[in-house]
Design a protein around this ligand. Structure first.
Ligand code: 6R9
Length: 566
């Protein structure tokens, strides 16, 4: 079974109302993602169908039906309401990939509150920046992560409740902490908050180049794009077993790891464990995964683990493979075709776009290394960086541009309308990436148009790392750039000058690395710290990351006429 219709056919008759009709939504009516992900599926008679198959590193397993998702999300929603939380309050989810994270998101949306998922590996400073900016009222977390919240609670006057989902009932609860067990009660009835198309739903933080992370604000109407792209691009059908490997701390893990699969009523699996080729293949084999949505870094790691290990497992269940987050190299596509008998289909989008924008549509000829073509309903081109006029000649590199107006587009950056407005030029939304389009209309990714580092598919802001580095007692100045890496494509590298009295040593390098890991996260941690006497600066005193970047990548240095210390 498959949803495949030819790309050309889909293009011809396209209208977003196709999804509205399938979902039974009428303009001006109530649309609540939480309800669509649970109650609706039960109403359709699929309450007993498995919604979630969950397993962790210790081999514990859990299984939830759509009816379980419905009653347990009701249970969370009711608990939040009793605490006084209401529509448009920000509620943060700060957990490992445990069931409460997935079902919690559904519960938050049901009361019309705004869900703010954050990656559980974030350190206290990463967490603080995002909770403060959002004015978050409550955070749902686990005991082990509550320690990080405790460290910053005094600096967060808006944060009233720290909800701990795995409290042992013995340890004393600290200030503002409250224990909650999702499964203690099955709440059958809930009065749903009647969100409308433009009601806010999610706040996802993404890295900026010059400033602190930005809160990308989405609305309930995003479901329309997420539903249809999952149906046509991920090709999810009724009987599939779907596995999205992304963590819901990132947008892929919510749009296509919670919202789309559950709105489609499919059975999805979650693995709350670290990566190894063996663990992943065993998981696919055990749960008979048919549709697999993953990322290039993972695919490259699997490639590195070799072909031999693939043969130790029966992976014949796999039917459709899709990738997102970073450039998918041609070799990875060719390799997957060789070992799985199926190519990975690239998909390109970002936190701000909310749903897949450019992709290798199922059934379309794949050109390995190319991202494919725009999803039907998406108008896209490349524009000149100076004038923002579309480039008509094939093969010429320009800025990727989208005509605004698809359902899942962000509605603003939280409390940062100015930066939001700056993303639009000449009537186009610019995601900040460069590409070229070939004579057949296929898009080829070239690179980002800013300094943001994409490490293993996760965006890291050099600015955020530089700011954190300056808090280390030994660091006087710093500049952060990417350096090439075989598996992660790029990793973080820091150049630092030391304060008087500190001397260069390997211990200090390790200390600086760990300082960032604890404060921000393991992804933001520099993999290398290079000590320098001074940093290249423009005459106006701005650090020229571009020079350091070029050096790391063995590229031409380019125009250095504004350099101060040459
Ligand atoms: C969904 C997601 C977005 C940025 C994006 C681009 C890069 C994403 C890509 C890709 C090349 C692809 N990116 N998909 N680059 N090929 N198929 O990843 O969202 O975390 O916001 O990252 O990631 O640079 O602008 P997000």
């Amino acid at each position: 079974m498959s949803n495949i219709g030819s790309y050309e056919e889909r293009l011809k008759n396209f209208d977003w109302s196709i999804a509205e009709k399938e979902l039974g939504y009428k303009e001006g009516g109530v649309i609540n993602i939480g309800w669509y992900c649970s109650d609706r599926i039960c109403k359709m008679g699929n309450g007993d169908k498995t919604a979630l198959l969950w397993e962790n590193a210790a081999g514990e397993e859990k299984r939830y039906t759509y009816n379980d998702i419905r009653v347990f999300s009701n249970s969370i929603a009711t608990f939040l309401r009793r605490l006084g939380l209401k529509n448009e309050d920000r509620v943060c989810l700060f957990m490992d990939r445990i069931p409460e994270l997935y079902i919690g998101l559904v519960g938050i949306l049901k009361i019309g509150a705004i869900a703010q998922p954050l990656f559980s590996a974030f350190g206290d400073e990463s967490l603080f920046i995002r909770l403060e900016n959002a004015g978050t009222s409550a955070i749902i977390t686990q005991r082990k992560h509550a320690l990080k919240v405790r460290k910053i609670i005094n600096r967060l006057p808006d944060l009233k409740h720290i909800i701990i989902v795995d409290h042992d009932g013995i340890k004393e609860l600290k200030e503002k902490e409250i224990a909650f067990s999702m499964e203690a009660e099955r709440v059958e009835e809930l009065e749903l908050f009647p969100t409308k198309a433009e009601s806010p739903s999610l706040l996802h933080y993404t890295s900026g180049t010059t400033g602190m992370p930005k809160g990308v604000q989405h609305v309930h109407y995003s479901l329309i794009s997420q539903y249809l792209t999952a149906k046509w691009v991920l090709d999810i059908t009724e009987n599939d077993i779907y596995w999205c490997t992304a963590d819901p701390g990132w947008v892929t893990g919510t749009s296509y790891g919670i919202i789309a699969p559950w709105a489609l009523g499919v059975t999805q699996c979650v693995l709350d464990s670290g990566f190894s080729a063996e663990i992943w293949y065993r998981f696919i084999q055990k749960y008979k995964v048919t549709v697999w949505y993953s990322a290039p870094t993972a695919i490259r790691s699997l490639m590195k683990a070799g072909d031999q290990i693939v043969r130790q497992f029966d992976l014949s269940c796999l039917r459709h493979l899709i990738s997102v987050g970073e450039p998918l190299n041609a070799e990875a596509v060719v390799w997957s075709e060789k070992v799985f008998g199926l190519p990975f289909h690239d998909s390109y989008w970002q936190t701000e776009t909310g749903s897949i924008m450019i992709t290798n549509f199922p059934g379309m000829k794949i050109k390995p290394g190319s991202m494919g073509k725009p999803f039907p309903g998406i108008t896209s081109t490349v524009v000149k960086p100076e004038t923002f006029e579309p480039i008509h000649e094939p093969g010429v590199i320009g800025l990727i541009a989208f005509r605004p107006g698809w359902p899942a587009m962000m509605r603003t950056y939280w409390k940062n309308e100015e930066t939001y407005n700056g993303k639009f030029k000449n009537g186009w939304y610019l995601p900040g990436d460069r590409a070229r389009i070939d004579t057949d209309g296929y898009f080829w990714f070239i690179g980002r148009d800013d300094d943001i580092i994409n490490t293993a598919g996760h965006l890291v802001s050099p600015f955020e790392v530089e700011s954190a580095l300056l808090e280390h007692p030994a660091v006087a100045e710093s500049a952060v750039v990417s350096k090439p890496d075989e598996i992660n494509m790029e990793v973080v590298k820091a150049f630092v000058t030391l304060k008087p009295g500190f001397t260069v040593s390997e211990e200090l390098e390790l200390d600086i690395m760990n300082f960032i890991r604890r404060k921000l996260s393991s992804l933001a941690m520099p993999q290398e710290v290079e000590y320098v006497d001074s940093l290249p600066k423009t005459r106006s005193g701005k650090i020229m990351r571009r020079l350091l970047h070029a050096k790391e990548w063995g590229e031409e240095i380019g125009d250095v006429s504004t350099l101060e210390n040459d």
